[in-house]
Design a protein around this ligand. Structure first.
Ligand code: BG6
Length: 486
């Protein structure tokens, strides 16, 4: 379904996110006929360059992103024609009046301002937009993470942006919410009768959420070293996934109904105290090793410094302290330079209450629901069945396996594609409300403070491994193990 005509301005239009994700995503939506011909995409950055030079740069990035997809490649020239470039500095007056006039050429267009820049510039950009009168009517602003580095700085950003834009105009993006399997989790939970009666502490033993990456620092040293895995991944992506698993059924699939339920989960997260910090959290940092068979340097070498304590891996035992989830651990782990790129949610059910088979049948392993976010999106439900054949009744643990690619034979859209179109449509369901971001920080702050106070170096792990052994101990302490058979 085509969206209404729009002007999309990307502040940070020459940046990595714009070139690798936003513009290729827009190209795909355009090729699918969702973007009207009159729509304009305006890249903004500080460098001086012409529209033609910008288009050339974007073309290179698109060519890399789409590979040998000839049909998509054929749409590139028409897509590039929609691109405009403007050189603007948020801290200088030059060019802003012309920029205002450019946007006012199309009074009926929805205006989307995507802030893909350092958050330190958010306030300046918003003030400029207000001074140009561009913040009113059908205007929306998209905030890319990180939204702050703790509660106080997040509140300051939210205050400053909120002084210009109303909350319904502000779209705080967490691209994990746009991933196909995450939305599928909602479908599985709330469009099937099977799971919901079991979806609680009586039937679920624990939940694991893993976001493992094989990449390292990726030229983002300036940002990443001041952030670390807890701020970069857990505060947003992993906690949002946790919310999707743990929230109560919203009354309807409406933005505030969903976000109210997520907020309740975030507010129910059991605070982690200083006393237990080393029992329930593990920080790691990768050292040299191999990734995909290729030798790779350690974090400190990539950084060019040897005094950084920034964590590139974190594992946490979280708990949602409410009626539904009392006593059910949510194990979260994420890290860079791990053995494989895999993101998954594993819901492990309890054992059957009584075993009727004798020992020769083997153990009845618990049921397990595995939602694979990437790569190879899909859902597996692990069940016990009888081992086929005449040799007596022996049990086997096998998955009912649904690979989305095999089942539907269609490409899974990238998160940003979906989310950008949601912004144009003004649908904030898959975006974070101010109170959610702040509630997530409120849980993260004490962990950061406890780590700061301890001043311990992160545990070293070899690139290409599954992270520090302390993370294995974290789950083994309660007699569990990290999922290995997804
Ligand atoms: C970003 C983080 O939000 O998510 C990156 O800043 C991380 O450090 C990325 O690499 C992972 O996203 P995806 O979609 O590749 O899993």
């Amino acid at each position: 379904v085509p969206v209404d005509p729009f002007d999309l301005v990307i502040f940070g239009g020459t940046g990595d996110l714009a070139l690798r994700k936003l513009l290729p995503g827009l190209l795909r939506r355009y090729a699918d006929g969702q973007i009207p011909e009159s729509a304009r995409i305006i890249g903004v950055a500080r460098d001086t360059q012409t529209d033609a030079e910008y288009r050339e740069k974007v073309e290179e990035a698109l060519t890399r992103a789409i590979g040998d997809d000839a049909a998509l490649g054929a749409r590139v020239p028409a897509f590039l024609a929609k691109l405009i470039y403007r050189s603007l500095d948020a801290t200088k007056d030059e060019g802003w009046d012309e920029f205002g006039a450019l946007l006012k050429e199309y009074q009926d267009h929805i205006r989307v301002f995507y802030l893909s820049t350092s958050p330190s510039l958010f306030v300046d950009f918003c003030t400029r937009l207000r001074d140009q009168g561009l913040h009113e009517g059908a205007a929306r602003v998209v905030l890319e993470k990180p939204i702050g580095k703790d509660s106080a700085s997040a509140a300051a950003i939210n205050d400053a942006v909120g002084a210009v834009f109303a909350e319904h105009q502000i779209f705080r993006i967490d691209h994990y919410l746009g991933k196909e399997t995450v939305q599928n989790l909602l479908a599985l939970r709330f469009a099937n009768i099977l799971f919901e009666p079991l979806w609680n502490a009586n039937r679920i033993d624990h939940v694991q959420i893993t976001v493992a990456e094989t990449v390292g620092l990726e030229k983002r040293a300036g940002y990443y070293d001041t952030s670390g895995a807890l701020r970069d991944m857990v505060q947003n992506h992993l906690l949002q996934l946790l919310c999707m698993v743990a929230m109560e059924p919203p009354a309807a699939m409406q933005a505030d109904a969903v976000r109210d339920e997520k907020l309740k989960v975030l507010r129910s997260l059991k605070p982690i105290t200083r006393e237990e910090i080393n029992q329930v959290t593990v920080r790691g940092q990768y050292r040299a090793g191999a990734s995909g068979g290729v030798a790779v340097p350690g974090y400190l070498d990539e950084l060019g410094r040897n005094d950084s304590r920034t964590e590139t891996y974190v594992a946490i035992k979280a708990e949602v302290d409410n009626w539904r989830w009392a006593g059910v651990p949510f194990y979260l782990r994420t890290g860079k330079r791990l053995a494989e790129r895999v993101s998954e949610i594993v819901v492990s059910f309890r054992h059957v209450p009584h075993m009727i088979f004798d020992e020769s049948a083997g153990p009845a392993l618990p049921n397990k629901l595995v939602l694979r976010l990437q790569p190879d999106e899909g859902v597996k439900l692990w069940l016990m069945i009888k081992d086929p054949g005449p040799g007596g009744l022996r049990l086997q643990h096998v998955p009912l396996d649904m690979s989305f690619a095999e089942a539907f034979g269609v490409r899974q859209p990238e998160a940003y594609e979906r989310l950008l179109m949601d912004v144009v449509r003004g649908n904030p369901t898959l975006f974070m409300r101010r109170d959610e971001v702040e509630a997530a920080w409120a849980w993260i702050d004490p962990i950061l403070a406890a780590w700061d106070e301890l001043r311990e170096a992160p545990k070293s792990y070899t690139s290409g491994s599954w992270g520090p052994s302390a993370a294995v101990a974290l789950v083994e302490r309660s007699g569990r193990t990290w999922n290995e058979d997804s």
